[in-house]
Design a protein around this ligand. Structure first.
Ligand SMILES: [Zn+2]
Length: 496
């Protein structure tokens, strides 16, 4: 049994989509694209039913809904305006701001559209946000999810390290449910053709609502910049994007979007809405980065002020805060999985072997002490995909009822090189005092007017990206390298 780390819940899908696809179905003509598409057993009514059914899971997987009536109304107003010119008017369109720092937008079948506050922070005006919402409405109206589910081509979305961990512990995997396939399908990357269709439809909805379709292109450039800075700050090659980043789930290039814009053959509005002032007024005060109530990532450190603990991951590992665990992934399928277990015994060696490992026989089990907390460790090997992996388990007593648990996973040939790093992570686990926990404060986005005498490095100090603060600040404010803000220019600042 595990304890929940945050109120979110991560989605894991199992590979039973082929079975759904094999159930047969029909070819229908899509009202938005005008093309015949194989949407299988899924009718328009099914889209609505599936969307309603999956909505709570989507919310849970991405931090829940962001708590701001002002922002909610604003996004609903922009999205609702775009939805009036969509082909499937029977969809119950609904727009949700996710309380997530990741930069992404998704849509479930039936008109459920999601946009993260991470993405909202990045956009510079209303037209750019409208472009994102319109693109999602394009996917909804082209019924791409039904198409993908019917094709039976869904890959497994589960993170491999998690799967390895589950296998090592003999835990039952998530059950294959058609429902989870839907949510999974909605956050996996679309095909080039589907992206092109979503752009063409999106451009149509944008221009009918009075926006300049160019907003779609300008935001894509910002997204590209953001992902480059992110990759650099993680020490990863340029072009590497997180699997939940919009660049990965909606793979597009500026050229392709421009092509789609031209192919859509829409009339540009005579006086297109840019909506910069209004946009900035609505995002002023928004939470930025991690929500401390769910734990924050600061460089290599993961700090959970609410649950009062922290630990540090190995160099080059990227940390993802999932609802039930914290996952740090390194190169070549190496990983550190951290979670909390219910442990009623004070004997960590017993807990490790009997309660946690269960049927798995661990080797070299030994008692350890981590920052004055009792612990135990042992290891085993598992085979996955024709390769041998070493999995080391560490349990550390947290209090009378729970234990910190770490799983270190690496292929047999790689483990030796990571051994010291893994060890350092084990000994970095510590509890926090109330005062230390109180030091972790939420960051907020504030909009100010530049005086013209500012310096970027003085303005970017509160961002949580260390040496990359300046680069992030420039991306947030669409400020090219080497240029300083000019007088009266609105600026997005991050306040601690
Ligand atoms: Zn897309």
């Amino acid at each position: 049994m595990f304890l929940r780390l945050t109120r979110r819940r991560f989605l894991v899908s199992a590979g039973s989509a082929a079975a759904v696809g094999a159930m047969g179905g029909c070819i229908s003509t899509n009202k938005a694209t005008g093309r015949s598409s194989f949407t299988g057993v899924y009718s328009v009514e099914d889209d609505i039913r599936l969307g309603r059914q999956e909505h709570p899971k989507m919310l849970a997987a991405f931090g829940g809904e962001y708590d701001s009536r002002l922002l909610k109304r604003y996004v609903e107003r922009v999205g609702g305006q775009l939805a009036t010119s969509t082909e499937y008017q029977q969809f119950p369109y609904q727009f949700t701001v996710l309380n997530s720092p990741i930069v992404n937008a998704f849509a479930l079948p039936g008109g459920f559209v999601y946009i993260s506050r991470g993405l909202i922070a990045l956009a510079g005006n209303e037209a750019e946000m409208a472009g994102v919402l319109a693109h999602e409405l394009g996917h909804v109206n082209a019924r791409h999810t039904a198409e993908r589910m019917s094709a039976g081509s869904l890959a497994q979305i589960g993170v491999l390290a998690g799967a390895i961990g589950a296998a090592a512990l003999g835990l039952p995997g998530e059950l294959a449910q058609a429902g989870q396939q839907v949510a999974a399908a909605s956050i996996q990357s679309y095909s080039r053709k589907q992206e092109f269709e979503a752009d063409m439809l999106g451009v149509r909805y944008m221009s009918k609502a009075g926006y300049d379709p160019e907003g779609m292109v300008t935001f894509l450039s910002t997204l590209r910049e953001q992902s480059m800075v992110e990759a650099r700050s993680m020490g990863l090659p340029a072009g590497t994007v997180d699997e939940f980043n919009m660049m990965s789930t909606h793979p597009r290039t500026v050229d392709r979007v421009q092509e789609a814009t031209a192919a859509a053959q829409v009339q540009r509005p005579a006086q297109p809405i840019l909506g910069r002032q209004e946009y900035l007024a609505n995002i002023d005060g928004m939470l930025f980065g991690d929500d401390p109530s769910q734990g924050v990532v600061i460089g290599r450190r993961f700090v959970h002020p609410g649950m009062r603990f922290e630990f540090q991951v190995p160099v080059g590992f990227r940390v993802r805060n999932e609802p039930d665990q914290i996952l740090a992934q390194g190169a070549d399928r190496s990983a550190v999985v951290f979670d909390l277990g219910v442990a009623r015994t004070s004997d960590m060696t017993q807990y490790l072997q009997s309660d946690w490992a269960g049927q798995i026989r661990l080797k070299d089990v030994q008692a350890i002490s981590v920052n004055d907390m009792a612990g135990a460790t042992g290891w085993t090997t598992i085979a996955n995909g024709g390769r041998q992996f070493i999995v080391r388990l560490v349990a550390i007593r947290r209090d009378a009822r729970s234990a910190y648990r770490l799983q270190f996973v690496a292929s047999s040939d790689r483990y030796q090189a990571l051994k010291d790093e893994f060890r350092a992570t084990t000994y970095s686990v510590r509890s926090l005092s109330a005062a230390q926990a109180a030091e972790v404060r939420p960051l907020r986005l504030r909009v100010i007017r530049a005086t013209g005498n500012e310096d970027v490095s003085a303005l970017s100090g509160n961002l949580p990206y260390g040496a990359f603060n300046d680069d992030w600040f420039r991306v947030l404010n669409d400020l090219p390298q080497g240029r300083q803000p000019v007088a009266n220019q609105p600026l997005k600042l991050i306040e601690a």
